[in-house]
Design a protein around this ligand. Structure first.
Ligand SMILES: Nc1ncnc2c1ncn2[C@@H]1O[C@H](COP(=O)(O)OP(=O)(O)OP(=O)(O)O)[C@@H](O)[C@H]1O
Ligand SMILES: [Mg+2]
Length: 250
């Protein structure tokens, strides 16, 4: 008689994660959809609705559709990366150019909250080896979080530091901070820190995407945070080895 004993705890864990993932996705998709359906039905039911109210409802429908579109885009990104089908080009990318582009795109968000963003560009020829669009997505997610989780009149600082083989890109803020017990989970898909009464929108996919992109590049990410004081995220990515002239600046 042969008895085979196999440890299936890993398979069980994967099954559990899949089930959790599907139920989180369904929940996240259902929330904006429910609101879109409800407001559309209300508008259709009342043809004499005052224009002002109709416009308010249409604005909500528009915002919720954007949320849905972003969620689907993020999900596709996560699934492409996880299935290994995400394409990654390897170019020499000027980090200063990427940061400046992201800063101009997000400046209006910061202006709305009177948040000052400080970025002292050092060597403008500092370049790293990677996929420009993906690195742009990393910087966008970190900066977007820094602005989102910092209250009015706060400060955000972006800095770049070079070590022998790596570039460290840091985004610091003077925002709400992250409780120590939540730190190990913030890179999980759909994880959001529970803060009672918080009205900040998001789906908890941003940092999961950041982590995956950083891993794909053979880099690492560190976070330091003090609740109520602020947070600093630092991403380390491999330095470009080719001469600066061959870098992609666009
Ligand atoms: N700079 C920060 N300051 C405070 N908390 C943060 C910061 N960055 C991330 N967090 C916490 O980590 C959680 C996960 O971040 P993540 O970017 O993945 O999700 P999100 O911003 O809520 O949604 P999404 O990025 O998908 O729109 C956030 O919900 C927030 O609670
Ligand atoms: Mg985010």
């Amino acid at each position: 008689m042969v008895m085979v004993i196999r440890d299936v705890s890993r398979e069980r864990e994967i099954d559990r994660m899949k089930t959790n993932f599907i139920s989180s996705v369904s929940h996240e998709l259902r929330t904006p959809l429910t609101s879109i359906k409800a407001y559309t039905a209300t508008i259709l039911r009342d043809p004499d609705m005052p224009k002002k109210i109709r416009n308010q409802f249409l604005t909500i429908i528009d915002e919720e559709s954007n949320r849905l579109a972003k969620l689907i885009e993020d999900l596709l990104e996560v699934s492409k990366i996880e299935s290994g089908t995400a394409e990654m080009s390897k170019q020499n990318v000027y980090i200063g150019g990427v940061i400046n582009q992201v800063l101009s795109a997000l400046q209006p968000l910061a202006d709305n909250k009177h948040i000052r963003i400080k970025y002292e560009q050092q060597d403008k020829f500092l370049a790293l080896a990677g996929d420009k669009l993906k690195i742009q997505s990393v910087v966008t997610n970190l900066l977007n979080n820094a602005i989102k989780f910092t209250s009015e009149f706060g400060h955000v600082t972006v800095s770049v530091r070079r070590t022998e083989y790596e570039l460290g890109i840091s985004v610091s803020d003077t925002g709400v901070g992250i409780p120590t017990e939540a730190l190990p989970r913030i890179f999980d898909r759909f994880y959001r820190v529970y803060r009672p009464g918080e009205q900040i929108s998001g789906t908890g996919l941003g940092l999961a995407i950041v982590k995956k992109i950083v891993d794909m590049h053979g880099g690492r990410i560190e976070v330091e945070s003090d609740e109520g004081q602020g947070s600093t995220f630092t991403v380390y990515l491999p330095l470009a080895t080719e001469p600066a002239q061959t870098c992609t600046t666009q």
